[in-house]
Design a protein around this ligand. Sequence first.
Ligand code: BG6
Length: 508
Amino acid sequence: MASALTQADLSQSPLPKAGARCVLVLLGASGDLTKRKLVPALFNLAKANLLPDNFAILGVAFDELSVEQFRERVTSFLQSDGKGSDALESFKQRLYYQRADFGDSAMYPALQKRLGELDQQYNTEGNYLFYLATAPKFFGQIVQQLGQSQLSKQENGRWRRVVIEKPFGHDLESARSLNRQIKAVLAENQIYRIDHYLGKETVQNILVFRFDNAIFEPIWNRRYIDHVQITNAETVGVEQRGGYFDTAGTLRDMVPNHVMQLLSLTAMESPVSFQADSVRDEQAKVLHAVQLLDSEAVLHDSVRGQYGDGVVGGDRVPSYRTEPGVSPESRTETFVALKLNIDNWRWVGVPFYLRTGKRLTQRHTEITIQFKKTPFELFRNAPVKKHSNKLVIQIQPVEGISLSFGAKIPGPILRVGSVDMSFEYSKYFGEDAYTGYEVLLYDCMIGDATLFQRADMVEAGWSIVDPMLDIWTALPPRKFPNYSAGSWGPKESDELLQRDGREWRTIE
Ligand code: BG6
């Protein structure tokens, strides 16, 4: 395929500057997130010269480790690429470690002392970025202690920022309470609530696609759009996280955060600028416009499922209830489908169908904008292969956008078929090896909160799922498991659309 953008075009774009000088304090440095995402992302930033010269990383965790052992452990988290290189050596030299128990208030004076030393050594001007990659039960407590020990205090031009991982609460009330707790210590502009979906290229590209192209905006509304589908399908089960997942479930784990990010970026109005609060104001506004489901709507418009055993990618996999850490009688859902409506002029009458689940037939995340039919069917008597105008924004694993439309099939008889115009990221820009956390870490360092959730957005996400949590808890499911691993979820998910004369887009 011919590429409109050449390498020369790309190399002409201005290079970003390295992030601001600081010490990054990685609380939870022996956890899975640090290993799988944060360390590779930091190393990618180092290789791209996007870490400042005045920069150090202080890992903090419960394990008894020397600095040397920590450095070795971190290196082992990296793929073979870059091993033994100068970049890795210099990255390694900036790693430090402090053992600590997050619940113990004595840890904070020790942390303060250690940070003071690193600040001197690296001349970081007192700027500290605290990354809370710990168990969620510590979030409130750590922030409180950072406040008490003055570690969160910004003065004389130095900044202090705190990144908070998900899950941010387990329902609306707990999210509000956590917000109250951390806002008693930190100003909103010191808080960076992470949703890693905002680190994905194609998710950020929704903004560029919608607001840097004039051709779609006039049709991006109820006059031309029939409905929207968001699918987030995973092939993995609960892996080693059965203990956590069995108390959370897919609704909490995926919907108020990741799925709502996709919905808000698709449905929001154009922000007045690309400043963090302009973008987030519009996202929050549209989330507040989502119609809250009453109990009848919960029963009618939401579907839950749990996987039984089955075959995924050719391999036999066990049922959810036999996964490690999961109760054999578990009623926790591993699949959710729902229909939401948005009460504003742009979207009234346009349903948003959402589905997300584990152990589905393939890993696939996409947003489908399904356009309305032509007002008059000129070719109704021609043999027509069923087609419709759809715009599909593919988030993963393939990243791209495609537009389907009807075209005449060559030949003497008039026949119409469906064709696609598609763009694939990797074909234009090449494969990238980023984890998605690079941009988020970099943005925290430069103080850009556009890709982070504000308190009102998090609470709006929880308000949407709260009625479902209540009804689902009050009425436990009777027929779990109700879908086989390797399928597209329970049949009720298909029925949710069939009732409205629609169907999920076929994903091949
Ligand atoms: C996490 C959830 O936030 O997102 C996981 O806790 C889920 O259960 C994951 O698997 C999905 O992320 P991604 O980037 O693989 O789509």
